[in-house]
Each structure stands twice: as C-alpha cells, then as structure tokens.
Design a protein around this ligand. Structure first.
Ligand code: CTP
Length: 399
C-alpha cells in the first residue's frame, strides 16, 4: 500500500505539513490529508488538496462521498500520521472519543499510528498531556518527540513540532521495517578521512559521503539500529540515526571497533585515506621551512582488520577503481574476507563522487555478480540493502 493518511490539527506549525507531504511524495507515497474543523481556521482545505492531489477530508459525513469513508480509507493506508497534533487531539484519542472524522478514523485504523505533538511547553509537560501520551504509547501508538526552541507563544522550550525530515524518516521506518533487520546493529562508514600535516593542512580523498548517508538512511528505514561513522562531509545528519563524527583513519578505526562485537553488518563505504604524514606538526609549517620531501606512512586498513577479527559479522566493502574494476575488486574481497563488494568505476565522470547518481557492480565471494545500472544513490542503496537482507536471512557469508 502506497498511501499515508496525514491528520492535521490546529497548531501554528500546520504549515510544516506541506513539507511533510512533499517528502512523502518524493518516496512515491500518496498522501490523504484529514483536517480537523479547527485546523481550517489556519489553512483552507483546498491548500492541501492542491498539494496532495487528493481531496482533503474534514467532515465525518460528506453527502457527496461514500457514507462510511473512514472505514474504506482505513483499509487503504499503511500509516496514520498526525502532524502537527494538538493537546486536544491527543486527549481525544487517548479517551477514545470519536466526534469528528480524524478521531473516528483513528479508531478504525489497523495500521501503525504516529503522532508528532506541537504545543506550548507547559501544555506539553502538563501531567494530563503526559498521561494521555503514555496511555497511547501503551496502546502501541508511536510518538515523534517535539523539539526545543522558540515557540509561537514567544517562549522558549520543548513543544516545537519535530522537523519534517525527522517525522518522515520515522514514518518510513514504521512502514518499511523488515523482521530480518529487527534488533540488528548495522555500522556504516561514510565520507573521507583527513590526515593532518599541521593544524591547517591535510591529506584526504574525494568523497561527498552521499552514498554512505543513503545506506544509513535505508538501513534505518528497514528497522535496523544504525550507527553512522562519518568523516568530514557537508551533509546534515540523518534523522533518527546515531552519528559519530571522526576525522582521521585512526579515529574511524577506533569508532568502528567500538561497535564491532555487537554489529551484524559493517558497510565500509568511507573513502579512507591510505596514507598519513609520518610527522604532524602542532604549529603551522611556514613556507620557508618546507622540506624537500614529506614522508608518508600507511594508515591502518580498517576493513582488513575487521576481516581478521570477524566472528559472524557480514562485511561489505567498497572499491573505487580506475582500471579493471572487477578483477581488482575480487582480489580485495578475498584479501579482506568480505561477504559483498560494491565496485565503482571512478574513471567515469557522470557517476560516483559528488554526483547524486551511481552505477555499481555487486560481487560475491562465490563468483556471483550483479550490475546495478545508473540510477540515484538512494535507489542503489535500496538494492544493496535488499541484497544484505537476503544474506542476513540466509546467513551466507565469507566467515
Ligand atoms: N578501507 C579501509 N581502510 C583503509 C583503506 C580502505 O577500511 N585504510 C576500505 C574502504 O572503506 C573500502 C575498501 O577498504 O571499503 C576498499 O578501499 P580501496 O581504497 O579501494 O582499497 P585498498 O585496499 O586501499 O586498495 P588500493 O588503494 O591499493 O586500491
């Protein structure tokens, strides 16, 4: 089912519902908006009708429509999200009161329900509201915690609607989670590492981190616990995911090892620098003091070490090659004891690096291979996670 019901209630943050609709549409999901009567004081239903392409529902009994629309719609959706949700709607749902379309619909829905509250801090923290939230949580309703910041009432505090990105990310996880990823820790590394020469200068690799961030997002949506270990990149941290920021290859190594025992899968999509300076200066090196040669050392090969220490974890490596990509990648897969190798041909300029698109070969230790033709990094990460899911299920690997 590709339809979401979005309940919208009378909060000043109602305008953020427009971004929520847009983000769902980017995921090829249809959004059916349901407004409470009071929400129409802020925005006309036609606004959401135009955005969503579906007639907004407000009234319980609309003569022009099916008389029991709340029942038919309940069977068509994969999630009921209420964002923004006022104290009033939370209280109504907690007590089972059904006096308008949204509250009646809630009782008819069998799919997951997610509520994103938005209200003044005192109202949110009031023991009555908290008791209502607890009651709904106990009944299996999920919540997106409001954030702290400036509120419409001019005060600062908790009660601000969570960001549309976070709300949608958590919604997607509720819809897309798969049993195979439940209680599994997936560690993803992303971006480049930087090896310092002095406080100003460093040696690094080309990498935007986009592929790794998409993989982390995808793993999170499928229900895994995700730790994203990221080198310096320009990307915002993905909502809901624990991010560990690192700089050097050694920092990345230590961060990965910290989680390795508990991890089911490690996806090393980071472009780890292979070299570091033999000596790092604490002071900026002056031009006049530039030596005629600068000595480099090898950085630790994180993936090779993970291969040596492996006890049942699934290891996924990335290879960036400029010639004979598959042959070289096969060799690396053997040497590093990987279960899956993702191969990029970096001699091509239309894919990889800073681009939003990629084309990769997937290689397995048993000689199997698969081409994922040029598509968005989001779609590539979706395919990779599908393959990882199948491998975790079948427990096939290079142990
Ligand atoms: N990798 C790593 N630690 C390093 C270098 C690379 O863990 N110090 C990981 C990368 O994250 C990637 C894989 O190893 O998943 C392959 O990286 P690549 O640089 O292509 O391979 P190398 O083994 O470094 O081989 P070479 O540079 O000689 O091609």
């Amino acid at each position: 089912m590709n339809k979401i019901a979005l309940g919208v209630t009378s909060s000043i943050s109602i305008f953020k519902a427009a971004d929520i609709i847009r983000l769902f549409q980017k995921e090829d999901l249809t959004v059916q908006v349901i407004m409470t009567d009071r929400a129409t004081n802020f925005i006309q239903p036609e606004f959401f009708t135009a955005l969503s392409g579906q007639p907004t529902i407000v009234k319980l009994f609309d003569q022009k429509k099916h008389p029991i629309e709340h029942i038919t719609l309940a069977a068509e959706i994969s999630l009921l999200l209420i964002a923004p949700a006022t104290a009033n709607i939370i209280a109504k749902l907690a007590s089972g009161l059904a006096d308008d379309f949204l509250s009646t619909f809630y009782l008819a829905v069998k799919s997951p329900v997610l509520i994103a509250p938005a209200m003044n801090e005192a109202m949110f923290l009031h023991p009555q509201t908290q008791a209502n939230i607890k009651k709904l949580r106990d009944l299996g309703v999920a919540f997106v915690e409001p954030e702290s910041g400036y509120l419409a009432c001019g005060q600062q505090g908790s009660g601000r609607l969570a960001s549309p990105e976070k709300i949608v990310q958590i919604s997607l996880r509720l819809i897309r989670q798969q049993p195979v990823f439940k209680d599994k820790l997936i560690v993803v590394t992303a971006g480049p590492t930087r090896e310092a020469l002095d406080p100003i200068r460093f040696l690094s690799n080309r990498s935007s981190g986009k592929m790794g961030y998409e993989l982390a997002r995808e793993a999170y949506e499928r229900g895994a616990e995700v730790v994203l270990i990221s080198g310096p990149v320009e990307l915002p941290p993905p909502a809901g995911i624990k991010v560990e920021k690192v700089i050097s290859a050694e920092d990345m190594r230590q961060a990965v090892l910290k989680y390795y025992d508990r991890a089911s899968v490690v996806i090393m999509s980071a472009a780890v620098s292979d070299f570091k300076f033999s000596q790092t200066s604490q002071e900026k090196i002056k031009k006049e003091d530039l030596p005629s040669a600068i000595k480099l050392d090898r950085t630790p090969d994180i993936l090779e070490e993970l291969g040596r220490l492996k006890r049942g974890q699934l290891l996924v490596g990335f290879a960036a090659e400029t010639s004979e990509p598959k042959v070289r990648a096969q060799e690396k897969m053997k040497r590093k004891k990987l279960d899956l190798m993702v191969v990029n041909d970096v001699s091509r300029h239309d894919i990889g690096f800073e681009s939003d698109d990629n084309e990769v070969y997937l290689l397995w230790p048993d000689g199997r291979e698969r081409l994922i033709g040029k598509t968005s990094k989001k779609k590539v990460s979706r395919e990779i996670l599908t393959e990882i899911g199948a491998m975790v299920n079948g427990r096939k690997g290079n142990n």
